[in-house]
Design a binder for this molecule. Structure first.
Ligand SMILES: CC(=O)SCCNC(=O)CCNC(=O)[C@H](O)C(C)(C)COP(=O)(O)OP(=O)(O)OC[C@H]1O[C@@H](n2cnc3c(N)ncnc32)[C@H](O)[C@@H]1OP(=O)(O)O
Ligand SMILES: CC(=O)C(=O)O
Length: 538
């Protein structure tokens, strides 16, 4: 059975996001998160979903008491070998594993003599008994028992015979997979290759797996090296979540196997196209921003910025893309910045639906304007809405919805009669809208909030569409810190409404003025997106 596994090109994917991923600092899954992610992993086509450690915490107990229904993946419950001095029948950890409603158990055991001596503090022979007994018991209780050989690579380097004896004990006890773990993550690809090859020679009947940590940024490379040397199960996590620096990133490994090797994985083309959304689902569940630079699935993975790149991509994307982004559910993006040439601008025009003649002198003028503004500190590659306005203004497509004539902001910090510290901001704006001059005053939770409220108060009677708009993010960056309090400041504002989310930018030596510019761009973009073709027609 295992010899045929090794000879085949099929690689079995084992996801540990919900177990090793839960060991990431700052990650705290709820049972609902686990259910949602297990379902997504099943639909993606992984072979095993490791749901957690029953008996270790109430979330994992709840998850295994009412596990998700998985269509193709097998649910795995994780645990450790029996405690020294206990029989398998009397070990509470193994009892929790038996009770867990999962067909597969994965048992971690020590294979590094140093750990047996220092962490377990038991004779080395006793550890072999712990492994053999625990795997035999689990193999009798579950449809599959896997052995996670903890610290295998360090153990093999320190005491090859003992590390191999640990694997043999698990194999003889009926372990379906022997998973070689680079627990401390310090092993390099050439070492993984040599050691997996040596294990294959020593245990020719074993079905080997690999579990790598990313402490030298080599977890993906190490996993590939192990498979090339004969391993056929690969453990990893979505977005490389996991203890310390994380585990091998399945969002990189899955497309690499599927698109770049002749190994087979259970993720066919339609499933692979879900990869980006599964990766982002994890970040949504963790309430954290997705890594834009992530291989294959990051927002920048197929973003083209340099003029030379964009000009060639417009002719054929293969010039600067290693795969077609749609294969992994990602998309191409053309970025506009001071690295841009005419091709970037033309490509961005077509992305935002602008029809222009490539030889129109307005295009050349816009390239120059973008470069000049980026020199001042504007950043259009993160502020697509401001770029769109700039471009449409250059082509005469943005009505003068209103004109801000003046604003004044006052901050008040004082102790009230009850002895509490109070901070308040008040903004006054004067603007012309629909031929009328308006002056409004608003208080806010800080000067930008007050300004935002005063602007809306003046504009809402004419443009009720602004009611649905809200600020969702505000970032300030000092561009010339050497100038001290006179430094140039860049403000990026993210807004949201029924038109989705959009980002605008403002630059000034005055942080409130920079914020005001970004706010005004945000409002103009919203009004244009609402289809208002003339000022004052709300
Ligand atoms: C390499 C890995 O990533 S393995 C997975 C690691 N993940 C986790 O630890 C997360 C979940 N863990 C937990 O919730 C807890 O550690 C529990 C519930 C499993 C155990 O908690 P406790 O009983 O309080 O033990 P604690 O965590 O303090 O220490 C671990 C004990 O297990 C022993 N141990 C460690 N590995 C093994 C093993 N493979 N087999 C048997 N015993 C082991 C240690 O020697 C230590 O024993 P001691 O308390 O007699 O010194
Ligand atoms: C089992 C495991 O997570 C490790 O050894 O890293």
């Amino acid at each position: 059975m295992s010899a045929s596994i090794r000879e085949s090109r099929r690689v079995y994917l084992f996801d540990s996001t919900l177990r090793d991923g839960a060991q990431t600092q700052g990650v705290d899954f709820t049972a609902a998160d686990k259910l949602a992610l297990a379902g997504a992993l099943d639909r993606l086509g992984v072979d095993y979903v490791e749901g957690g450690w029953p008996g270790a915490n109430p979330t994992d107990d709840a998850f295994f008491a009412e596990p998700p229904h998985l269509e193709t993946a097998k649910l795995v419950a994780f645990g450790m070998t029996r405690r020294p001095g206990r029989s398998v029948q009397n070990d509470p950890g193994l009892a929790a594993l038996v009770q867990a409603k999962a067909p597969v158990a994965c048992i971690v055991g020590k294979t590094w003599d140093f750990h047996v001596d220092v962490a377990l503090e038991i004779p080395r022979a006793e550890n072999l008994a712990l492994i053999g007994d625990s795997l035999a018991y689990m193999a009798s209780q579950k449809s599959e028992a896997h052995f996670d050989a903890e610290h295998f690579f360090d153990g093999f380097k320190a005491n090859r015979d003992y590390a191999l004896a640990c694997l043999a004990a698990a194999q003889e006890a009926g372990a379906r997979w022997l998973v070689l773990c680079d627990t401390n993550g310090g092993t390099l690809p050439h070492e993984v290759s040599e050691i997996v090859t040596a294990v294959q020679a020593a245990l020719p009947e074993a079905a080997l797996g690999i579990h790598c940590h990313d402490d030298t940024d080599n977890a993906v490379a190490n996993s590939l090296a192990a498979v090339r040397a004969g391993a056929r199960q690969v453990q990893g996590t979505l977005n490389g979540l996991g203890e310390r620096c994380g585990n091998a990133n399945l969002c990189a490994l899955i497309p690499t196997f599927a698109l770049k090797t002749d190994y087979e994985v259970g993720v066919d083309a339609p499933r692979l196209a879900q990869l980006t959304s599964v990766s982002r689902l994890l970040d949504e569940r963790l309430n954290r921003p997705a890594d834009p630079a992530a291989a294959y699935v990051g927002a920048r993975a197929f973003a083209h910025k340099g003029g030379l790149h964009v000009s060639a991509v417009a002719k054929d994307p293969r010039t600067y893309e290693h795969i077609e982004p749609g294969l992994v559910g990602n998309e191409r993006h053309i970025v506009v910045s001071d690295q841009a040439g005419r091709s970037n601008i033309l490509a961005r025009f077509s992305e935002i639906g602008l029809e222009v003649d490539a030889d129109d002198p307005k295009v050349a003028a816009l390239v120059e304007e973008v470069k000049a503004r980026e020199f001042q500190g504007f950043a259009y590659d993160g502020a697509e809405a401001s770029f769109e306005l700039l471009a449409r203004r250059a082509l005469g497509q943005v009505p003068d919805y209103f004109e801000l004539q003046r604003f004044r902001v006052m901050d008040d910090r004082r102790w009230n009669a009850r002895g509490e510290l109070v901070t308040e901001s008040e903004a006054t704006v004067t603007l012309e809208v629909a031929g009328r001059q308006m002056m409004t005053v608003s208080n806010g939770n800080g000067p930008v909030d007050a300004l935002d409220k005063a602007l809306r108060k003046a504009l809402l009677p004419t443009y009720p569409q602004l009611e649905s708009m809200r600020l969702t993010d505000y970032k300030v960056r000092i561009l010339t810190p050497q100038a001290g309090t006179e430094a140039v400041t860049r403000v990026m504002i993210e807004s949201a409404g029924r038109n989705g989310r959009w980002t605008t930018v403002g630059v000034s030596t005055n942080v409130i003025d920079a914020s005001c510019k970004a706010l005004i761009d945000s409002i103009f973009w919203k009004l244009r997106r609402e289809g208002l073709k003339e000022p004052g027609v709300g």
